[in-house]
Write a protein that binds this ligand. Structure first.
Ligand SMILES: Cc1cc2nc3c(=O)[nH]c(=O)nc-3n(C[C@H](O)[C@H](O)[C@H](O)COP(=O)(O)OP(=O)(O)OC[C@H]3O[C@@H](n4cnc5c(N)ncnc54)[C@H](O)[C@@H]3O)c2cc1C
Length: 328
């Protein structure tokens, strides 16, 4: 492991000041970053521990929530307001990793965790444009069963691994960030970048910019919502396809719907096309499938992962049927 200094920030201002040093990085629970240090994929000169920053979950009068970036994944999943107002978020979090990892992992770190592409981790033997820009991508012609089918580029086909972020994308979460220049907010759906020619640049954050909180705007119909994760093992495995969904049906028609996909794209994938196809239309199994097909129409399968297209279509349709009370 490359040597680094460690310091613990007492507040956001100190964290930002300490992280302005050359090659410094924030450290949340370390459940992703420490593995990357061990593999020498990440080589920061300094780590700034931000677990002492706000971890509160503040209930807003309108029904929204403000979740501190240092809140542990377990605390968010177990929070009563999250479970009742945004059950898809609790379900997405507990579908991820293991209880021990969720006890350590923070909201900020979960959002900025890095891909699980095995070629990205294989520092010694594989080419990866994300790890070494310009080197090439061994996943494109390699073992790519778990890789992305939407939003990819000739430079990178890695998926974003987070379950929590898929729920946050569906909920229209807003990320609060801070730097030496001040504070700003951005929708979670705009935070992660598609790879295009620069897969090494994964987010719209500037170097040293700190995530301080995540805001969930009030969304009353999200009380009827869920998260379904399809994977190779029942636990402790990343998604092949996952779906976060909330549905409001009135008079047999879709009044409103939120849909996002995981395991299929380099970022949490908000299914805007499917949502638009559903609003105002009869809430029928045929329309659910047609909307899902519309979302997947632009998919670009690789050698091993073409099955994800039909799997995503079926999972979207099944989850929507479940939310109408029909079961799947
Ligand atoms: C064996 C294993 C299985 C897993 N399975 C799943 C799974 O099925 N689903 C899933 O979703 N996840 C899974 N994970 C990933 C896990 O959820 C992440 O490791 C975790 O959420 C990262 O949180 P952390 O606080 O430990 O982040 P860290 O490892 O501390 O940091 C991750 C990144 O975020 C940056 N960062 C941290 N906090 C901030 C902040 N406040 N502002 C700006 N940058 C910040 C760090 O600099 C680093 O780049 C798994 C992990 C392991 C080890």
């Amino acid at each position: 492991m490359t040597p680094f200094t460690y310091s613990r920030a007492a507040d956001a201002a100190e964290a930002i000041r300490l992280c302005s040093r050359p090659r410094a990085k924030y450290l949340g629970g370390g459940t992703n970053l420490v593995d990357l240090l061990r593999e020498t994929v990440e080589r920061p000169a300094a780590l700034v521990d931000v677990t002492g920053l706000s971890s509160s979950i503040e209930e807003r009068p309108d029904g929204g929530l403000l979740i501190g970036a240092a809140a542990k994944n377990t605390a968010v999943a177990e929070c009563r307001a999250v479970r009742t107002r945004f059950p898809l978020l609790s379900r997405a979090i507990v579908a991820g990793a293991s209880a021990q990892i969720r006890n350590m992992a923070t909201v900020g770190g979960n959002i900025l965790q890095r891909t699980r592409c095995t070629y990205f981790y294989d520092n010694e033997g594989s080419r990866c444009n994300k790890r070494a820009p310009g080197q090439g991508c061994d996943a494109i012609d390699g073992l790519n069963r778990g890789h992305a089918i939407l939003g990819t580029s000739p430079a990178c086909v890695a998926t974003h691994p987070s379950d929590m972020c898929v729920a946050l994308a569906a909920l229209g979460a807003v990320v609060h960030v801070r730097s030496a220049r001040g504070e700003r907010t951005l929708p979670l759906t705009d935070l992660h970048r598609l790879p295009e020619d620069h897969p090494e640049i994964e987010s719209m954050l500037d170097p040293g910019e700190l995530i301080t909180a995540v805001e969930l705007p009030a969304l009353p119909f999200a009380a009827r919502s869920t998260y379904r994760k399809v994977r190779d093992r029942a636990s402790y495995a990343f998604a092949m396809v996952s779906v976060a969904a909330a549905l409001a049906v009135e008079g047999g028609n879709v009044k409103d719907v939120r849909l996002a996909l995981g395991g299929v794209a380099p970022k949490p994938w908000r299914a805007w096309r499917a949502e638009a196809a559903l609003r105002g239309r009869p809430a029928t199994a045929e329309n659910f499938r047609a909307a899902a097909e519309r979302e997947l129409a632009g998919a670009k399968p690789l050698r091993d992962n073409g099955f994800k297209i039909e799997l995503a279509v079926r999972t979207i349709a099944a989850v929507l049927r479940e939310l109408t009370g029909e079961g799947a």
